[in-house]
Design a binder for this molecule. Structure first.
Ligand SMILES: [Zn+2]
Length: 97
């Protein structure tokens, strides 16, 4: 059964590409090409396929398989807080220009 909440959730959902520019400025790397493993369900994938929610006070990235929290970025006047709790330690490859 699809609820109104599910419909609204899908309407607000983007993919990881939507936050790539902001994370690239913060981390100085192209996150869209990162291969990662979700620490919640252990599904492997690329960062660009994560589910992005950007309409809150910050941005949230969730796993497309289990909906587990992968990354959260909250901005305030005094700075940004980046929390990465849903990535397994085995990020496989990163290309840093
Ligand atoms: Zn997952």
């Amino acid at each position: 059964m699809i609820t109104d909440t599910d419909t609204i959730d899908r309407a607000l959902r983007l993919d990881g590409n939507a936050v790539a520019g902001e994370l690239q400025m913060l981390l100085n790397l192209d996150v869209t090409i990162l291969q990662m493993t979700c620490s919640h369900c252990h599904k492997e994938g690329i960062f660009a396929n994560l589910l992005a929610y950007v309409r809150g006070p910050g941005l949230v990235l969730r796993c497309p398989t289990c909906d587990g929290l992968i990354l959260q970025l909250v901005k305030s006047p005094s700075g940004s807080i980046l929390t990465v709790e849903g990535l397994a330690a085995d990020i496989k490859s990163t290309i840093i220009p």
